[in-house]
Design a protein around this ligand. Structure first.
Ligand SMILES: Nc1ncnc2c1ncn2[C@@H]1O[C@H](COP(=O)(O)OP(=O)(O)O)[C@@H](O)[C@H]1O
Ligand SMILES: [Mg+2]
Length: 162
């Protein structure tokens, strides 16, 4: 099995995941974030942003604008498919420009536009288990991120055990 689950017992744990993603993801990576409203998708993007040297407060849900670019050590493209009517509306945003850039692209509600995503991406499914606790399943889709996800998994486990 290539996926792993990360147990976040607090927002600090979510920040650790974001920091590890910022450190380990190669440029041109796309992440699909899945989970209900309030699951912590935007919070995880904030954590990733901080790891890229972007201020957390700058990152808010791209609800009406649909795509927000942030300039950090890499570009971070933050998209949200929640309000989109259909795939065409997503494709009108020109997502290829982000997917095939040297930046990191994160798509909230990525499962809603799954057929528009690149062949290879990382899916993170967030499940709410309590007020401050989340289970985050990290899954490489396609072959390209198999090793990155494996390294991420061991990095987070090392950190957890001290
Ligand atoms: N461990 C955690 N990880 C992420 N968010 C958490 C966690 N614990 C509590 N939260 C809270 O859950 C909420 C998640 O909201 P948000 O990130 O906007 O969700 P979404 O984008 O999935 O709709 C925030 O208020 C955040 O402070
Ligand atoms: Mg959100």
């Amino acid at each position: 099995v290539n996926s792993f689950t990360f147990q976040a017992n607090s927002e600090a744990d979510t920040e650790r995941l974001g920091a590890a993603l910022a450190e380990l993801l190669p440029g041109g990576t796309t992440i699909a974030l899945c989970g209900t409203l309030g699951a912590g998708k935007t919070r995880l993007v904030q954590a990733l942003a901080v790891g890229l040297g972007i201020a957390r407060e700058d990152v808010t849900s791209p609800t009406f604008i649909l795509c927000r670019p942030y300039e950090g050590q890499r570009m971070l493209y933050h998209l949200d498919a929640y309000r989109l009517r259909d795939d065409d509306e997503f494709l009108e945003l020109g997502p290829e420009e982000f997917f095939y850039s040297e930046g990191i692209t994160v798509v909230e509600w990525g499962d809603r536009v799954a057929s528009c995503l690149p062949t290879d991406y990382i899916k993170i499914q967030i499940e709410v288990t309590g007020d401050c606790t989340r289970i985050m399943k990290v899954l490489p889709v396609g072959d390209r991120y198999l090793s990155v996800v494996a390294v991420l998994s061991s990095r987070l486990r090392e950190a957890a055990s001290g």
